[in-house]
Structure formats: C-alpha cells, structure tokens
Design a protein around this ligand. Structure first.
Ligand code: FES
Length: 73
C-alpha cells in the first residue's frame, strides 16, 4: 500500500506536502526544496501540481481557517 506517498522516489507523503502548501509553498520546485519530492524521476510532478491546486486556494484548508476565525470571533 502506498496511498500516502505522492513521491515514491523520496517517500514523501501527501500529509507532508499539504503541510508545506499550507505554509505557502505553492510551486513544484518549492516543494522539492523543502521535502525532496519531485527531485527524482519526475513522475509525481503532476500530482504535486494537483495538490497545490487543491490546497493552495479554495481547498479544505481555507474553509477550515474561515470557520476557525469565525469561531474565534
Ligand atoms: S516519484 Fe517523485 S521524483 Fe520520482
């Protein structure tokens, strides 16, 4: 099972990548620098781009932040 690994070459998990994206790393190159993902065969680049699209804007993270900031008033 390798559901969690986006980058197989460097065994970088989706959780780790989403963490970086939420901290403002929104390029494939940036994710590579921080996590190592995408520095090998390059097969995962498409998935990295999809993750960036999903979580950098309008993703679940933004919704949560909004809810949290509302809750905190
Ligand atoms: S799977 Fe990410 S570089 Fe090979």
């Amino acid at each position: 099972m390798s559901t969690g690994n986006i980058c197989v070459c460097y065994q970088v998990t989706e959780d780790e990548l989403v963490g970086w994206i939420r901290r403002g790393v929104t390029t494939v190159e940036g994710l590579g620098e921080h996590s190592g993902a995408g520095q090998g065969c390059g097969d995962c680049h498409e998935m990295l781009e999809e993750l960036i699209e999903d979580f950098a804007e309008g993703g679940p993270g933004n919704g949560t932040s909004l809810a949290v900031s509302r809750a905190l008033g």
